[in-house]
Design a protein. Structure first.
Length: 281
């Protein structure tokens, strides 16, 4: 018995790198898979690898920035497997530039794939999941979305947006039996390798795990072992895991009367500003 036996899953951006490892790990645990990517040859190669494991698998090529692709992903899962249990929003691109050098196109292209795409996939999957009375959305976020990263304003905005959509989905869809969680996978991939190279360190030294190891975190989230999770953001690098707090208040001041400017000044004069969290210590 696999941990994902009977799970009908869509994994976007699964033709290479971490998405490929997600697909292989889920297949090994018994999931039925709809895979997606923009490179048809690479997508076909992953399909063949998954099929060799013995898992039912079909592919839907195309960009998730297009609503037609997202509709077809969900429709294919329903047609081939009878429903959809887990939607994994993994597809992503980067167009790294500093804020002052980032073009309109740099920003818009990343938002289209990394944020609009997950929205479209969530909407289409949510319609079916509501009728089923169950389902699970998994957002694949990153450090950029949680704490920011130099040169990635577009990517950070998109990945932070996934967290905001997660919290909104929890509020809107819990009544339908639909859960939504997020995973920050800390893996050495073709997307993170340039950061490792630039630092002149190894992936291990920078806390990046191997993609195949990190993919086990997605298996856990998609499995019934995580059935109690809703609105959670889990990080995993193969050697360390943790849950992230949602935003919360600190240094609270309340008053029955409207708080004056002088009272604001006095309150914050004695407050140490909250530190900006860094993943690098």
């Amino acid at each position: 018995m696999g941990r994902l036996d009977g799970k009908r899953m869509v994994i976007t951006g699964s033709s290479r790198s971490l998405g490929r490892e997600f697909a292989l790990a889920c297949a090994a645990e018994g999931a039925s898979l709809v895979l997606n990517g923009t490179n048809t040859q690479a997508l076909a190669a992953v399909r063949d690898e998954v099929a060799a494991v013995g898992a039912p698998v079909v592919t839907v090529p195309g960009s998730v920035a297009q609503s037609g692709t997202c509709s077809e992903l969900v429709a294919t899962c329903v047609r081939e497997f009878g429903g959809i249990d887990v939607m994994v929003n993994n597809a992503g691109i980067v167009r790294d530039r500093t804020l002052l050098k980032m073009s309109d196109e740099d920003f818009d292209e990343v938002i289209a794939v990394d944020l609009r795409g997950p929205f479209l996939c969530m909407r289409e999957a949510g319609k079916v999941m509501k009728e089923q009375g169950s389902g699970h959305i998994i957002q694949v976020t990153s450090a950029s979305g949680l704490v920011g990263n130099f040169g990635q304003a577009n990517y950070a905005a998109a990945k932070a947006g996934l967290i905001g959509m997660m919290y909104t989905a929890v509020k809107e869809w819990q009544r339908y039996g639909i859960r939504c969680n997020a995973m920050w996978p800390v893996a050495r991939t073709d997307m993170t390798q340039p950061l490792i190279d630039k630092a002149g360190k190894t992936g291990v030294e920078m806390g990046f795990g191997e993609a195949a190891d990190v993919a086990q975190g997605l298996v856990f989230l998609a499995s019934d072992a995580a059935a109690g999770f809703n609105g959670q953001c889990m990080t995993f690098n193969g050697h360390k895991t943790a849950l992230w707090h949602s935003p919360r208040e600190e240094h609270i001041l309340t008053s029955d009367a409207p708080i004056s400017l002088e009272e604001l000044e006095a309150h914050y004069a004695g407050v140490e500003p909250l530190p900006v969290y860094s993943t690098r210590g």
